[in-house]
Design a protein around this ligand. Structure first.
Ligand SMILES: [Zn+2]
Length: 286
């Protein structure tokens, strides 16, 4: 169970505690081409302008929808926007997805918004109550197996007050689509999702790609190829395990460019073949 003081710290995390590890937040953390005009991260002096735009867009809705949106807005309090936003950050491992998520959350928090971060309880590499990037930045978070349990565990009243929800390692949440749709469409939350778009076989991982049609913005980050230093788009598994969900760090995975992904896969298959044939030989001698 989380104590009230911990909940408060999650609602208003003290980012200064880890700021030495994080670069100063910049509004340019996403490429400008991918930032929608309705982006919620705006300098303070533009926030009134932003609110104005959001309110002005309401009359464009059909009458019945506008009424229900207004009713919902009234139920949720006059200051809450009628709908939220969904921003998705994808890329291979070691591309800085979690760092980017933390920066966004830090920025939202410094703009006075209530934030909370959720990560999968499957990833226990750095403890269950904090989120840590590969470069060591750390933030308190909620470790859950299902996103649907968040509202209840966080507390309904606290949830109502929440503005921004960050979700890390989103590929591990089966109910990602439903949670994001509900939280953004009906609860007015801004959701920032970070996760792997593809697994080590370059196939869609979990439900991350399913939420692209729901998203306001999508950012694909790249890493550096561990073998040649070029931009890396893929994650190569260095060991033989073939289960899709194998949680590990640099001991198991490395970011690679297209060329080295292909040659790496060939090398892995050759190694597997050699190992298999050695097993057969050993077997024949016994
Ligand atoms: Zn390479």
């Amino acid at each position: 169970m989380y104590s009230i003081s911990k909940m408060k710290s999650i609602l208003s995390p003290k980012f200064s505690a880890f700021s030495p590890h994080l670069p100063k937040p910049k509004t340019t953390c996403l490429p400008s081409s991918t930032r929608p005009s309705s982006e919620s991260i705006v300098p303070n002096n533009l926030s009134c302008f932003y609110t104005h735009i959001r309110l002005k867009s309401t009359p464009l809705l059909p009458n019945t929808l506008a009424c229900s949106a207004q009713n919902r807005s009234l139920q949720m309090g006059a200051s809450r926007p009628p709908s939220g936003e969904i921003h998705v950050i994808v890329g291979p491992m070691f591309a800085g997805k979690t760092t980017s998520l933390l920066r966004r959350m830090q920025l939202e928090s410094s703009n006075g918004r209530n934030v909370a971060i959720i990560k999968s309880s499957k990833d226990t590499r750095y403890g269950l109550d904090s989120i840590v990037t590969h470069d060591g930045a750390k933030l308190p978070c909620w470790a859950l197996t299902k996103l649907s349990s968040f509202r209840q565990k966080f507390g309904l009243e606290a949830y109502e007050q929440l503005d921004v929800i960050g979700i890390d390692e989103a590929q591990f949440f089966e109910d990602l689509y439903d949670f994001c749709r509900e939280a953004a469409d009906h609860d007015g939350k801004t959701i920032i999702v970070a996760g792997l778009d593809g697994n080590y076989m370059r196939r869609s991982f979990g439900s991350v790609l399913d939420i692209i049609p729901l998203a306001d913005s999508v950012t694909k980050l790249t890493a550096r190829c561990e073998l040649c230093g070029k931009s890396a788009f893929f994650t190569l598994r260095k060991i033989e395990e073939t289960q899709v969900e194998l949680i590990g760090g640099a001991d198991v995975y490395m970011p690679v460019c297209r060329q080295h992904y292909v040659s790496g896969q060939v090398a892995m298959e050759t190694a597997r073949y050699v190992l298999e044939s050695q097993k057969v030989e050993c077997g024949s001698h016994t």
